[in-house]
Design a protein around this ligand. Structure first.
Ligand SMILES: Nc1nc(N[C@@H]2O[C@H](COP(=O)(O)O)[C@@H](O)[C@H]2O)c(NC=O)c(=O)[nH]1
Ligand SMILES: [Fe+2]
Length: 230
């Protein structure tokens, strides 16, 4: 049996190999004409990969399913049960083949926020310690708004010629979740995002995009430090 060199490479603590970082977003969701339908999945994947590169934790890739509440219909989404089962299956595989003992799920899609209800069940099923990191969703602002546009610019996924059309809300009412009146009435965070789009519009700012990514990455690095202490 080969003896693995857990200290090799640029890592601070050999125990970081027990920690997996996996991205969760949405691949099939409209974000106005300026951003692609897999914006959330790409934002989550960038943060997860950068965090694993900086810390030495294992990068586990990206999950495919995504959940959304029924009042918001801007893409193709899955039930919370389907999403939970896919997460359990994927993390059990990472545990079996990569020997991880702890995992951080980096979520970049607002519709996945109800996943926090299932975290205990997922930990019991996988016998892993798990953190769901929602920092970027809590910080990015409205759906398809300045935060995601600016991160999209950093990632090179933004269509700059279409930014001027992002606020044509009669055509692209998913921006700011503006057209989903029931969701707006039920959730003050969604109402706040829609109002922000109406009053402040959208802009693209690379510095703001970098700041959001640094916020997301540093938040995951903090979670990795926490898990190293467990
Ligand atoms: N899609 C949902 N979003 C939100 N809330 C907020 O809206 C944006 C969504 O952006 P995504 O591109 O990540 O979908 C973001 O600022 C979210 O905080 C929901 N509600 C809870 O916040 C929701 O259920 N779905
Ligand atoms: Fe999004």
């Amino acid at each position: 049996m080969v003896e693995l060199r857990y200290n090799a490479g640029n890592i601070k603590n050999p125990n970081v190999h027990k920690i997996g970082v996996i991205a969760l977003g949405s691949h099939l969701e409209n974000h106005g004409p300026a951003l692609p339908i897999d914006t959330d999945a790409k934002i989550a994947s960038y943060i997860a990969l950068e965090s694993s590169l900086h810390s030495g934790a294992k990068f586990l890739g990206v999950l495919y399913p995504a959940h959304e509440i029924k009042e918001i219909n801007h893409g193709i989404h899955n039930s919370l049960k389907e999403l939970k089962e896919e997460i359990i299956k994927t993390l059990k595989s990472a545990k079996k083949f990569l020997k991880i003992e702890k995992a951080i799920i980096v979520n970049a899609h607002g519709g996945n926020l109800p996943l926090f209800q299932c975290i205990e069940e997922i930990e019991i099923e996988t016998k892993l310690i798990i953190i769901i990191n929602n920092k970027i969703v809590e910080s990015e602002g409205p759906h398809g708004g300045s935060g995601e546009l600016s991160m999209g610019k950093i990632l090179g996924i933004l269509n700059e010629n279409e930014v001027k059309n992002q606020l044509d809300l009669n055509k692209y009412g998913e921006v700011g979740l503006w057209k989903f009146s029931e969701a707006r009435a039920n959730d003050e965070n969604i109402e706040k995002g829609a109002k922000e789009i109406e009053t402040e519009g959208v802009s693209v700012d690379e510095e703001y995009g970098k700041q959001l990514f640094n916020l997301g990455i540093n938040s995951v690095l903090l979670d990795i430090e926490k898990l190293l202490d467990f």
